[in-house]
Design a protein around this ligand. Structure first.
Ligand code: GLY
Length: 388
């Protein structure tokens, strides 16, 4: 990894593909995006913008009246399917795409994951750029090359590793996000900070003033007035945290780009508890980030019991998550029942070759552990609140 300090550009090498992440203030122009590809000669290269109804206005602004029509997909996880993938591939074919043509995804994780997948299989690999427009996308999905669609009711059952050549993160778009989306994305930032072996949790105190932002969103979300200084400060803190997350995630992915080792799996801190909670609450009831934040707290409880997470670190992480306004108590109020939670957890285990893997905060960073069948009761006790 290397970093241009002046521009906040991170350059990563993920296996044989290079990727530059640019954390910028405003939405990039079409020319800016095209110029990140040395071999693209501006107007002659077919370009396809892929967006959804929430990001159409951003894609239109970047397109600036030029190029083929936008490929506008339905918004949300429900649209992350084979039909949407086909729509993208058809649009590319109709736009006269060849291997050197460029897919530009403008949106959150669903849009970037699907466009990345389409680009990776179109003529065995076309050019790809992302403009990430959500905090969840910036903190996680847009970095590291995982692409995919949900299939047979399984998340990301079909997909590839195909990092975008350039990824733009225009921080000012975060202003218009509803607070639930900021809160959901922010949990992934907290997760990534915990994984950093070097940070010594340095930014903890800095995170707490963001509670109000996560509860209420930015003031003046429509952008009709000049932002006040409190909003500017919050935006600057978010910008710094996005930058730190990109750096930490990029480093982890560089070390284990296709999750063949144990490094990249660390990015699933809190996720085993979270997936079971999301399923047991009914899909869509809780945001992913809400569930991840709760899952991180339960991972601390598990780590404490197993003697992996020092008491003081477990307390620090759990109280930060609580102070930021996330639910930390077990059982989670949205959980329909402990039985439903355990059924979902064991179903997840079946899908993962029968192994229950958890990521646990350690003295620094986190470690991966595998639980045997005898320890499953412990997870049930933690989820039921019997170990707090
Ligand atoms: N979202 C986890 C990863 O990119 O590996």
């Amino acid at each position: 990894m290397c970093l241009d300090f002046l521009t906040m550009n991170y350059h990563f090498k993920f296996k044989d593909r290079e990727s530059t992440v640019r954390i910028i203030q405003n939405i990039p122009t079409r020319e800016e995006i095209l110029s990140s590809f040395e071999e693209i000669s501006s107007d002659n290269t077919p370009v396809l913008f892929v967006c959804d109804c929430h990001t159409k206005h951003i894609a239109e602004r970047i397109r600036d009246g030029k190029g083929p029509p936008l490929c506008i997909l339905e918004a949300g996880e429900k649209a992350k399917n084979l039909q949407s993938l086909e729509i993208i591939l058809n649009a590319a074919k109709n736009a006269g795409f060849a291997r050197d043509s460029l897919f530009i995804a403008v949106g959150g994780g669903v849009i970037t994951d699907m466009t990345g997948f389409a680009a990776s299989i179109y003529m065995r690999g076309a050019k790809l750029s992302f403009v990430s427009t959500t905090l969840l996308g910036m903190a996680d999905a847009a970095v590291g090359g995982k692409t995919g669609i949900d299939y047979f009711e399984r998340k990301n059952l079909a997909g590839t590793f195909y990092p975008a050549h350039s990824v733009y993160m225009p921080i000012s778009v975060l202003r218009s996000l509803p607070p639930e989306q900021l809160k959901s994305g922010f949990a992934e930032i907290v997760k990534t900070l915990i994984l950093d072996k070097e940070s010594d949790d340095l930014s903890w105190e800095e995170l707490k003033p963001l509670k109000d932002l996560l509860e209420n969103g930015f003031e003046n979300r429509t952008g009709s007035e000049k932002p006040n200084s409190a909003s500017e400060t919050q935006e600057q803190i978010l910008e710094r945290l996005v930058s730190v997350s990109v750096k930490i995630k990029g480093r982890i992915v560089e070390a284990d780009p296709e999750e063949t080792g144990e490094q990249r799996a660390l990015l699933n801190l809190g996720h085993s508890f979270a997936h079971a909670l999301e399923s047991s609450a009914g899909l869509g009831v809780l945001s992913h980030g809400e569930a991840v934040a709760w899952g991180i707290v339960q991972s601390c409880v598990l780590g404490r019991i197993l003697g992996i997470t020092p008491e003081s670190r477990a307390r620090k992480i759990s109280s930060l998550i609580k102070d930021l306004g996330y639910q930390s108590m077990a059982p989670h109020p949205a959980m329909q029942s402990i039985d439903a939670f355990m059924t979902a957890l064991l179903d997840d285990k079946k899908k993962k070759n029968g192994v229950l893997r958890f990521i646990i905060p350690a003295e620094r960073g986190a470690v991966l552990i595998r639980l045997d069948n005898k320890q499953i009761g412990l997870i049930q006790d933690i989820a039921a609140g019997a170990c707090a």
